[in-house]
Design a binder for this molecule. Structure first.
Ligand SMILES: Cc1cc2nc3c(=O)[nH]c(=O)nc-3n(C[C@H](O)[C@H](O)[C@H](O)COP(=O)(O)OP(=O)(O)OC[C@H]3O[C@@H](n4cnc5c(N)ncnc54)[C@H](O)[C@@H]3O)c2cc1C
Length: 490
């Protein structure tokens, strides 16, 4: 007998998203967070289109969009010239990168889990996790000393130094960059603090997203300062000198309220699942902040995993479903590591590459296929999962389902309850979903690009597509478990 069905370790963006996904399906869960107070440290600023789409599937995107700045293109400046990567995604309701401090994204997610009744237990540090056939024993150091608790499943969303990952004995393969970054919150003389500035100088890179209240965050990779010990204080003079040199002109730094040195890593957990224990977010993958993929990937991990654990707890999950979390998300994490590593290498390239960098970048981005591929990769819009049976799979299987108009509203709105959705194209034969109530909803679209029938997963990817109602019922059984007999209770 366990005390709780699921314990989520860590109340960062990944843990909060995951707790919301579990609670939405009636799973009893708690979030354990070592920090006594809510964090006001902002690391991430960029929220990409696919993350916004997935938040939209739970009704959370519009309130976040309302708090941020919409940026339609990324424009790195190489000294005297700049290149443009358009982020005006024609295929999405969110044709921009949303610039919003991570603390606001976390506050919104915290509000959501609170509304769903999930307790976030602050001041509770997980110090050990042991799993067996019947559950997981978690050792927690809290305000009243050390205690143990039993849970059916534990998800480590406890960041890069994850204690859960170490308790599982899972390796974190990769390396630490030998370059350290300077981070500083600044006020500039220039009042135009709503744009995201990017400078690629001879000696490194500067990214300056705005907080929206007159302050900007400076993220600085400075070749000349990269080996300064991490514990050496970082003052306004050093920050100003670095910034002006990399930007090539005086940026007018007036005030600094916070600063630190930070060393990047490039690492990924060898396994995202071990028995009843899972890893998600930075606990599973860490990489350079260039590309703004860390928090985005973590939130999307949680959207992939939550409904699968809930299905296992409700007894509806096929044996492969929990393993599919690693199969689907580990390659996405690897791709994020590769892309951010490439961006980092280009940004701090040695002199011969530096000289040709603007020409190469402009030339490459002028080719629509390259620019489009990069745009979709950074935004997460090209993420797709391997189909269950590649030999007989419809082209749509595993892919992102667009937010089509349904007879009752938008498709992503129809996913607000976090259930599967069987979408029938108008005029096509339907499949009877009796016996799957509470697990599968039905909808109709007049969109002619849709297959006759599409089984949409709760995270917005196509589980199955085709035109045969019998095959649709087989797919529903595989993904959602057997239909309930009319006399069995829900
Ligand atoms: C400079 C910088 C800029 C970035 N910019 C972006 C960006 O623009 N876009 C983007 O997507 N990403 C960005 N990132 C990355 C992003 O900040 C992280 O990927 C994100 O915070 C990961 O979220 P998480 O919930 O997985 O982990 P975290 O945010 O690290 O949260 C983990 C939580 O677990 C708690 N915890 C840890 N150990 C325990 C324990 N043993 N017991 C209980 N609780 C524990 C911690 O206190 C913490 O609250 C940036 C990172 C940096 C450094």
């Amino acid at each position: 007998m366990t005390d709780v069905q699921a314990l989520v370790v860590g109340a960062g963006p990944t843990g909060l998203t995951l707790a919301g996904e579990l609670a939405l399906r009636g799973i009893s869960c708690r979030v354990l967070e070592q920090r006594a107070e809510e964090s006001n440290l902002t690391r991430a600023f960029g929220v990409h289109a696919r993350t916004l789409e997935q938040l939209d599937m739970r009704g959370l995107a519009d309130p976040l969009v309302g708090q941020g700045i919409q940026v339609g293109e990324i424009r790195p400046t190489f000294g005297w010239s700049s290149v443009r990567l358009p982020m005006r995604h024609p295929e999405s309701r969110f044709p921009f990168v949303l610039i919003v401090p991570q603390a606001r994204t976390e506050a919104l997610l915290a509000q959501h889990v609170k509304a769903l009744g999930v307790p976030v237990e602050r001041g509770s540090m997980v110090i050990d996790v042991r799993d067996d056939d019947r559950g997981v024993t978690v050792t927690i150091e809290g305000r009243d000393g050390v205690r143990t608790e039993r849970a059916d499943y534990v998800i480590g969303c406890d960041g890069a130094h994850s204690r859960v990952r170490r308790s599982m004995g899972v390796g974190f393969s990769g390396s630490t960059y030998d370059t350290s970054i300077l981070l500083a919150d600044l006020r500039l003389a220039d009042a135009d603090t709503m744009a995201v500035r990017t400078y690629l100088g001879r000696d490194g890179v500067v990214l300056m997203p705005p907080f929206g209240d007159g302050w900007v965050r400076a993220v600085i990779w400075d070749r000349r300062r990269q080996h300064v010990p991490l514990d050496e204080p970082l003052g306004i003079d050093e920050v100003t000198e670095s910034l002006n040199r990399l930007a090539g002109h005086d940026l007018g730094v007036r005030e600094m309220r916070w600063s630190t040195r930070f060393r990047n890593q490039r690492r990924q957990a060898d396994a995202y699942r071990k028995g009843r224990v899972f890893l998600a977010g930075d606990a599973a993958h860490v990489h350079s902040p260039l590309g703004a993929l860390g928090m985005n990937t973590g939130i999307q991990d949680a959207m992939n995993l939550g409904w699968k654990i809930a299905a296992a707890i409700h007894g509806h999950a096929a044996p492969w479903l929990l393993d599919s979390y690693h199969t689907e998300r580990h390659p996405v994490g690897t791709a994020a590591l590769r892309l951010t590593d490439l961006l980092q290498r280009i940004s701090i390239a040695p002199p011969p590459v530096r000289a040709v960098r603007p020409f190469l970048a402009r030339g490459a981005l002028a080719i629509p296929a390259i620019s489009d591929t990069l745009r979709r990769r950074v935004a997460g819009l090209s993420i797709a999962y391997p189909p269950r049976d590649p030999r007989h799979a419809h082209d749509w299987e595993g892919g992102r389902v667009p937010d089509a108009r349904l007879s009752t509203g938008r498709l992503y709105e129809a996913l607000h309850h976090g259930r599967f959705l069987l979408v029938r194209r108008a005029g096509a034969n339907t499949a009877d979903t009796t016996g799957w109530d509470g697990r599968v909803d039905s909808a109709e679209t007049a969109d002619p690009t849709f297959p006759a029938l599409t089984l949409v997963r709760p995270d917005g990817y196509a589980a199955w597509a085709g035109d045969d109602p019998g095959s649709a019922r087989t797919a529903i059984t595989q993904w959602c478990g057997p239909a309930r007999h009319p006399s069995t209770p829900v």
